[in-house]
Design a protein around this ligand. Structure first.
Ligand SMILES: NC(=O)c1ccc[n+]([C@@H]2O[C@H](COP(=O)([O-])OP(=O)(O)OC[C@H]3O[C@@H](n4cnc5c(N)ncnc54)[C@H](O)[C@@H]3O)[C@@H](O)[C@H]2O)c1
Length: 362
């Protein structure tokens, strides 16, 4: 029988995936695909059966380290009967092609963020996965960093009181030299869809939907093929004001977040050794997290790396039928805000949102 012959295709069931390691085809074996493939190969919960990349030299190098068969063809891997999940780590403008191919073969999908380059692609991909009966999760990994998880917990517990203001930054060296496709805003969405989308997603997770925004940046100037930088100011429906900064113009990677509320401040910087600090306001004592201290410091625990943690959560959802934490609809709502940041920057205007998350027509 040819490997391309359709053989009663159906998605792998929870029972099947609970009884053995979940079998992944990693599609795109560059920076992010390589990280995911190595994490999966090191976990007893997963097996990397295929590495798919048009750059077969790159995929072969990875296979020499972690195993797996190599092909430039998604169809070959997806028709093999050896794949439960496709992990799509292609350039952003190709995510739709990868997700659609997997759904056509009834293969579950973990897709890197952003879900797609355009809102239309994201909506279509989400529907295609629903129609095919396959589970789609999108890799908004910052929700799986322990400091951000801890802040979210404390927001839900009310520790910081009413939140007024949040600031988030994500700073990186330029990435277009190693992967030129990032320089094409039409394919990558520039620094906003690569980096700022993490702050937009995390803040949506913490504070809910966005009401309006305004942004500045370099993505539509002559600068953007070598450097990119963007700042955006967002107002959430709950009243929180957010300042987001993203950069491909620095010499080292760095992230930070500050959340200011009526009862104190939480702050985290990836450059600090004490990675998360809670500072109560004068006269306020935090219950349970250091009543006597002026500052409570949360040291970085020795934990599962966030990029592996998100995949282990995904595997658990596949095996138990629990809903995934970031599905296609959720990732699309984040993408709509990120694309509005780009529109605001290009058109120099405030953008407002309807209650359903769509953009209000000007
Ligand atoms: N969650 C995170 O922390 C994080 C970090 C970095 C990148 N990403 C996302 O991951 C995705 C990939 O980024 P990257 O930095 O790994 O890019 P990359 O350029 O390093 O890797 C992309 C790979 O895709 C391969 N490829 C291109 N076209 C292909 C095709 N048609 N078929 C098969 N393979 C093809 C390329 O040869 C390359 O190996 C992007 O969407 C990016 O936004 C996420």
């Amino acid at each position: 029988m040819s490997t391309n012959e359709a053989v009663d295709k159906r998605p792998a069931t929870a029972e099947e995936m609970a009884s053995r390691p979940v079998r992944f085809a990693v599609v795109g074996t560059g920076g992010m695909g390589g990280t995911h493939a190595r994490n999966l190969a090191g976990s007893s919960e997963a097996e990397v059966t295929w590495l798919v990349d048009i750059d077969t030299d790159r995929a072969n190098k990875l296979a020499a380290d972690i195993g797996g068969k190599v092909t430039p063809s998604m169809d070959e891997a997806f028709s093999s009967g050896e794949v439960d999940v496709a992990l799509i780590a292609l350039p952003t403008g190709l995510h739709r092609m990868g997700v659609e191919a997997a759904a056509k073969h009834k293969i579950h999908v973990f897709c890197e963020k952003p879900i797609a380059r355009t809102n239309e692609d994201a909506i279509a991909m989400t529907q295609i996965c629903k129609d095919a009966g396959v589970t789609l999760m999108v890799g908004h990994v910052v929700r799986f960093f322990s400091e951000y998880m801890r802040i979210k917990e404390q927001l839900e517990a009310g520790t910081l009181g009413d939140i007024a203001m949040v600031r988030g930054s994500r700073i990186n060296p330029p990435v277009m030299e190693r992967s030129p496709w990032f320089a094409d805003v039409a394919v990558s969405g520039g620094v906003v869809l690569d980096l700022m989308i993490h702050e937009i997603d995390t803040f949506r997770w913490m504070f809910g939907d966005v009401e309006r925004l305004f942004a500045h940046g370099l993505s539509f100037t002559d600068w953007h093929t070598k450097r990119d930088h963007a700042i955006a100011s967002l107002t959430f429906r709950d009243g929180t004001i957010a300042h987001c900064e993203a950069s491909w113009a620095h010499s080292a990677f760095r992230t930070s977040i500050e959340v200011a509320g009526s009862k104190g401040l939480a702050k985290h910087s990836s450059f600090d050794s004490s990675t998360l600090i809670f500072e109560p306001s004068t006269g306020v004592e935090y219950e349970g997290i250091g009543q006597q201290s002026k500052q409570f410091t949360y040291m970085r625990p020795t934990v599962t790396p966030p990029h592996l943690r998100e995949l282990l959560v995904f595997i658990d959802c596949l095996r138990t039928g629990k809903p995934v934490p970031v599905d296609g609809d959720e990732a699309t709502r984040t993408l709509i805000v990120a694309n509005a940041v780009l529109d605001s920057m290009r058109e120099n205007r405030v953008i407002e949102f309807n209650e359903d998350g769509s953009v209000k027509q000007a």
